[in-house]
Ligand binder design. Structure first.
Ligand code: GKR
Ligand code: MG
Length: 428
């Protein structure tokens, strides 16, 4: 590609490295987390020796796309993200679009172009920030807050992976197990909001779990997310029961139409990271009145700048905004924090899987990101405010090779343990 007039940061090299980190057996509607979660680390280098970091899904189909796009981006200007986006789309022109969604089959309708663009957008912004000596939040319009609040993300879980010792979190398979898990989360991280991953047990048990949390934490904002496996009827029944307790109800059903039907009949905000997952979904969702809160995720909304475009739409149409998360490492976390810092209308504590990751398992130099009193301080250092630990990257890549996983497959793993596990939506 031809460099443009700015000519500030010409990309000379891009490496894409799949890595793996230990993950506990967290249960969800599609199965259970495998012993390792996969991510891809994108490092972009420019002619003056600056590097920028991006992180995204580690499924092999996605990694292959990142490699193809990365090859086209050499020679482009890291200050021209429009040019980067055009080249990414060019690399996908012949793509079948199959696989690489990174969500274990939970969400398969995100935009292919935006999914691939995301990590490059983040890495380019990191380079821009380092070149200009400003944090990414400044490039995004300026920080409106100096810390970002996160919610404690609770999961039903087994004590440990089959054949392994129990992990530090232990078992949580009923309301009291989840309350104990919540106590540990709140004690260790100071969270001021809690989210329960549902869609695992009978809805009545999950409702009872939320009620047990309410009793244990009388003033804590609470949410439940069954990942769209409830029928409209079940969602109405459980939604009405939990009306006095919930801050919002997340993806009770899968489709825009079903969530709209639920929303009309209950007095609770409906949030989603499943039925509004690309710009194409926004007009029909608004027309149907399907949701109140969009849980954005820069990994599938095309990076930080495109997420800001979504924030503008949310503002215009009076939708609430917060953030969704999958298992992730520090680069993604730093990007989420810079984005949230610069987004005026983040209305709720954002989701993160951060506490589920072993502290030593990361590719960045430790110490940059810490959850205290439920929030993370926004870095004011140049770029994302983090540094790559090359040795850790190599170690975690070896871990990826050794673990033998090539894509997230919660369902296959569950079926290897419980052969009768069926993937049915809606389930209840
Ligand atoms: O990690 O099992 C999980 C979650 O269920 C994740 O895959 C979801 O994408 O956290 C997500 C959600 O809010 O739906
Ligand atoms: Mg969700």
């Amino acid at each position: 590609p031809r460099a443009t007039a700015t000519n500030r940061a010409i990309i000379t090299e891009i490496t894409v490295t799949p890595v793996a980190f230990a993950d506990p057996p967290l249960l969800n509607s599609v199965g259970v987390h495998e012993p390792f979660a996969l991510r891809a680390i994108v490092v972009i280098r420019t002619q003056d020796g600056t590097y920028g970091l991006g992180e995204t899904y580690g499924d092999e189909a996605h990694v292959a796309r990142l490699d193809r796009a990365g090859a086209l981006l050499v020679g482009a200007d890291a200050f021209n993200i429009n040019q980067v986006a055009t080249l990414v789309s060019e690399s996908l022109r012949e793509d079948s679009g199959i696989g690489g969604h990174g969500t274990g089959g939970m969400v398969t309708t995100t935009s292919l172009d935006d999914r691939v663009l995301s990590a490059f957008d983040v890495a380019c912004l990191d380079i821009q920030g380092k070149t200009l000596g400003v944090p990414v939040s400044t490039l995004l319009g300026g920080a409106v807050r100096d810390e970002v609040a996160f919610s404690g993300y609770l999961f039903y879980k087994w004590a440990g992976h089959p054949g392994q010792e129990p992990d530090a979190w232990g078992e949580a398979l009923d309301p009291s197990g989840i309350v104990a898990q919540a106590r540990k989360m709140v004690d260790e991280y100071g969270f001021t909001a809690l989210k329960l991953k549902g869609g695992v047990f009978e809805p009545e048990i999950e409702a009872a779990t939320i009620e047990a949390l309410r009793e244990a934490f009388p003033r804590m904002p609470l949410r439940i997310d069954p990942n769209g496996v409830w029928t409209v009827e079940t969602a109405l029944k459980i939604g009405r029961r939990l009306e006095p307790v919930l801050e919002y109800l997340e993806d009770p059903c899968l489709s825009i139409a079903d969530n709209a039907a639920v929303r009309k009949e209950i007095d609770l905000p409906i949030a989603t990271n499943m039925c509004v997952v690309s710009f194409n979904d926004v007009p029909p969702a608004i027309a149907a009145g399907a949701v109140d809160v969009v849980l954005s995720d820069h990994h599938f909304w095309g990076g930080l700048r495109r997420s800001q475009a979504l924030a503008g739409i949310a503002e215009t149409f009076g939708l609430g905004l917060s953030m969704h998360s999958n298992s992730h490492l520090g680069i993604s976390f730093a990007a989420m924090i810079q984005l949230a810092a610069a987004t005026r209308n983040i209305d709720y504590a954002c989701d993160t899987h951060w506490p589920w990751k072993p502290a030593g398992d990361d590719v960045i130099v430790p110490g940059a990101l810490e959850i205290r009193d439920g929030s993370v301080k926004v870095s004011t250092k140049p770029g994302l405010g983090i540094e790559l630990d090359e040795e850790a990257l190599a170690r975690m890549h070896r871990q990826y090779l050794d673990c033998g996983l090539t894509k997230r497959d919660d369902t296959g793993y569950m079926q290897s343990i419980h052969a009768d596990f069926q993937l049915t939506t809606p389930r209840w």
